[in-house]
Design a protein around this ligand. Structure first.
Ligand code: WT7
Length: 695
């Protein structure tokens, strides 16, 4: 007897078949492990065997837990939080929140006045529980044969040495530290070392350019930058220290001086002699850090003290510093990791994401280590030396949970099944996907070929801002539909709203919002709470707006349809069209630029840039290249446009607003869907652009 206001009403309406004991009466279902998922079956049902061992063995159990989580969030999350170590318990008010701008400042607090430390809970706590000799991190280098491992005890010792070093050079609680490292074990070590002493880490993906790095340094004014001399990506050598040097020059021109640049010598790639050096500022990690004691007192922090800043793209040119705090983030990443991957202590877990993105924060470092898991950290490229590398790694470490992005799935799918079937992969039991909607055909290939039709796929929908999973399958708990992220995680109340911000019930499509806060939610945008409120809480008043579109089917399953704002998602990397445009127009010969996303077979979306040149400048191949170079330089190679379309004029309204809707149609060659062009100041530009499409 559900009422309309019941958060479970969408879920309970499910016409889904019973699993476990029941017989499958859904016509188009296939049972996990029994047959291939094909286009004819739209449902993949967990096997009894899988469900029986699952942490949440039935949908009834999920509904019971979900109901509790939304009816009594404080009680639900407190119980989980009690499994972690708190120096001092949180206050009576477990959660304080206001998501409604009309009622005042947006505010989210969880476990306020509780005192804890996420590094302590990730390492010391697991060691005290007797897991000191368990492998915490396995490291697999770019080239075959390069590897390493650290137990929980060894990892803690390395973290403590770095914590002690950082304290010694003056990094204190609340200070920012920028980490610009490839996927060496030193990257999670550096994150944990900051967390241990209450410093706020800001990891910058090591594919960002010097300009982008400088922008972030200027914004958060770090006390130290941690990097390494060089990295090999596939066959290429990239000198990271040179990039950091250039960024530090730029930031010091802006009056931000960074006292310390700690550099790890990646001697497998480049000897230190080849590295440019600034005495007094630059320090070799290996010369210094190992001299420090292997134990380090924990800096106990309030649950609401900041843990990290992570810059992400929005619809304006300036990246946003997403700020996460300690307590809620800790509980949320640990819990989502555990349930969405049906984690068991015997699992070997591998997430292919880089710690430079949120996935690497929540699901390479914190979530798994908080659970005492063994984590594979992979430095290299998944197609080096060939497209079988991932499965080689899976077999080498007996990986049981493999979490990756649709773009990788699609690129490996294109390379052919032989690269997969050459390896056993029999250790795998759960697969995961993140970063963008996974198209059903890639889902089926992942499921049938990689997982031999025996592994559920957790298609996890979430965002940098959400800290952890929001909508995700729980393996073995309910049937999956290829391409759907399925149902909300505990405590998450999604709302689909229309353009007016009115919540829509039942089967529908619209804008995906969330009602109520959850422990892992970001608390602000660093230094700009107003932008936080405007971007996320003002569009649809009373809700957190994700920026994504979605639909919900008759069973209550969610289907994400992509961004509805000016953000494009290239290989799971989030790029603001405005950032690319501002890089393009900084080219002296470019007068105006308009960037849109287009469908891309492997990357999900590709970057399509329309450019207008300065009067009298002819368009040439050379100019095309130098425009692309400009974007690589200002943002990074991953943001390089796939296509530059020379536009003598852009379609604008009479008030001068670029009509991107039309540009998107031209870019995707949907010329019969251009729609109404009569409101354009000069409708003629459309034909001109179409004529220039293939230039
Ligand atoms: C955007 C967030 C969350 C970690 C990686 C990206 C898209 C993410 C899914 C998914 C459909 C997804 C959304 C979201 N997205 N996961 N499973 N299905 N779309 O984090 O850079 O903050 O990007 O990625 O559009 O808004 P991010």
């Amino acid at each position: 007897n559900l009422t309309v206001s019941d958060p479970l009403r969408h879920v309970d309406s499910m016409s889904l078949i019973p699993y476990g004991a029941g017989k499958i009466d859904h016509l188009n279902a296939v049972v996990l492990g029994e047959a291939l998922a094909s286009e004819d079956n739209d449902l993949v049902v967990p096997s009894e065997e899988f469900s029986r061992q699952a942490l949440v063995p039935s949908i009834e159990k999920y509904l019971e837990m979900y109901r509790r989580s939304v009816e009594d969030p404080a009680g639900f999350w407190s119980e989980i939080a009690s499994e972690f170590y708190w120096k001092k318990k949180w206050g009576e008010q477990v959660v304080t929140e206001n998501l409604d701008v009309k009622k005042g400042t947006v505010k989210i607090e969880w476990f306020k006045s509780g005192v804890t430390n996420i590094c302590y809970n990730s390492l010391d706590r697991n060691i005290e529980a007797g897991n000191g000799d368990k492998i915490a991190l396995y490291w697999e280098g770019n080239d075959l044969g390069q590897d390493g491992a650290l137990t929980y005890t060894e990892l803690l010792a390395k973290v403590c040495q770095l914590s002690n070093y950082l304290k010694d050079v003056g990094v204190a609680k609340g200070d920012a530290v920028i980490i610009y490292l490839p996927m060496l074990m030193e990257l999670p070590i550096a994150m944990l070392a900051c967390a241990r002493i209450g410093a706020v880490h800001s990891v910058v993906f090591a594919g960002f350019s010097a300009d982008s790095l400088a922008q972030r340094i200027i914004d958060c004014k770090p006390k130290a930058v941690i990097t390494c001399n060089a990295v090999r990506r596939g066959p290429k050598v990239i000198n990271l220290k040179d990039i950091v040097d250039a960024a530090l020059i730029q930031s010091s021109n802006e009056g931000i001086s960074v006292g310390v640049c700690l550099t790890y010598e990646n001697e497998l790639v480049m000897k230190r002699e080849a590295t440019k050096w600034k005495t007094g500022r630059d320090i070799w990690w290996q010369d210094t850090v190992p001299k420090y004691p292997k134990t380090c007192e924990v800096e106990w922090v309030d649950a609401e003290d900041p843990l990290f800043l992570l810059y992400t793209s929005g619809s304006t040119g300036k990246p946003k510093g997403v700020l996460h705090t300690t307590g809620g983030y800790m509980i949320y990443t640990a819990t989502t990791f555990k349930y969405a991957f049906d984690y068991k202590p015997s699992d070997i877990y591998w997430c292919t994401a880089d710690c430079g993105w949120i996935t690497g924060h929540s699901y390479v470092t914190y979530g798994p280590l908080l659970n005492g898991a063994s984590v594979v950290v992979f430095e290299g490229a998944p197609n080096h030396p060939d497209s079988g590398r991932c499965w080689d790694i899976v077999d080498k470490y007996k990986v049981t949970i493999f979490y990756t992005a649709p773009t990788l799935v699609r690129s490996l799918m294109r390379d052919g099944n032989e690269f997969v079937t050459r390896y056993s992969r029999k250790s795998l039991r759960v697969l995961g996907s993140v970063g963008e909607p996974i198209n059903p055909s890639a889902w089926r290939w992942f499921y049938n070929v990689v997982g031999d039709s025996g592994c559920p796929i957790s298609d996890t929908w979430w965002q940098t801002e959400t800290g952890g999973f929001m909508i995700t399958p729980l393996p073995g708990t309910w049937p999956q539909k290829p391409g759907s992220a399925t149902l909300p995680f505990f405590g998450i109340q999604p709302a689909v709203v229309d353009e007016k911000g009115i919540e829509i019930e039942g089967e529908c499509s619209g804008y995906l919002c969330v009602k109520k806060s959850w422990p892992g939610a970001f608390r602000t945008l660093y230094g700009d709470h107003e932008r936080y409120e405007t971007t996320y809480f003002k569009t649809f008043s009373g809700f957190y707006f994700s920026g994504d579109g979605c639909s919900r089917d008759k069973d209550g399953y969610y289907w994400l349809t992509g961004r509805v704002d000016d953000v494009i998602n290239v290989s799971g990397h989030r790029i603001g069209t405005a950032e690319v445009e501002s890089a393009l127009v900084s080219h002296p010969q470019c007068a105006e630029a308009a960037v849109v996303g287009v469908e891309h077979e492997v990357k999900g979306q590709g970057i399509y840039a329309f450019v207008t040149l300065v009067e009298g400048v002819p368009y040439s191949e050379e100019l095309r290249k130098s425009l692309i170079l400009m974007v690589r330089k200002q943002i990074g190679a991953f943001a390089a446009p796939d296509k530059i379309h020379w536009a003598p004029g852009l379609p604008k309204t009479r008030s001068g607003k670029i009509m991107r809707r039309i540009l998107r149609k031209i870019a995707s060659r949907q010329l019969d869907e251009l729609g109404d062009t009569s409101t354009l100041a000069d409708p003629g530009v459309v034909d001109q652009l179409i004529a220039l499409s293939d230039s």
